[in-house]
Design a protein around this ligand. Structure first.
Ligand SMILES: [Fe+2]
Ligand SMILES: [Fe+2]
Length: 139
């Protein structure tokens, strides 16, 4: 299984689109490494990447939503907080027990839910809102 970046995910803001592409790329690399059993070497750098990623990307999105006075700003920010907290928990569990079937599965499910429930749904909601706001006469 791999994730694909499709055109419908484009927000038109390159700073956001590049980060979403990066998420998909990293997810695919991580999953591939789970299959080839070299997971230990990639998980530590992956956590480092994700920790930095959530800080940067979530702030970039929140700044954008705030700028356009997005009505779902508060709810979206809460979702970002939940993702960050969940990531912290998974990271803590991993640092205690190392990579095992349980936390590798948990990590994969977490990232998939992030992609399906957040990027594909919530991020696309602010995209639609901003598009409408920027081009009100088009519809
Ligand atoms: Fe996003
Ligand atoms: Fe988001």
């Amino acid at each position: 299984m791999t994730l694909q970046f499709t055109e419908d995910l484009l927000t038109g803001f390159s700073i956001i689109d590049e980060k979403h592409k990066m998420f998909i790329e990293k997810f695919n690399v991580l999953l591939d490494s789970f299959r080839t059993n070299s997971s230990e070497e990639v998980i530590d750098p992956f956590f480092d990447f994700l920790t930095k990623y959530v800080k940067e990307h979530f702030l970039e999105e929140e700044t954008l939503m705030f700028k356009y006075a997005y009505s779902g700003y508060g709810q979206h920010k809460i979702e970002h907080q939940h993702i960050s907290e969940k990531l912290g928990k998974i990271k803590d569990e991993y640092s205690i027990s190392g990579a095992n079937m349980s936390n590798v599965t948990q990590m994969t499910e977490f990232l998939l839910r992030w992609f399906i429930d957040h990027i594909k749904r919530s991020d696309m909601q602010y995209k639609a809102y901003i598009e409408k706001k920027a081009k009100p006469a088009a519809n």
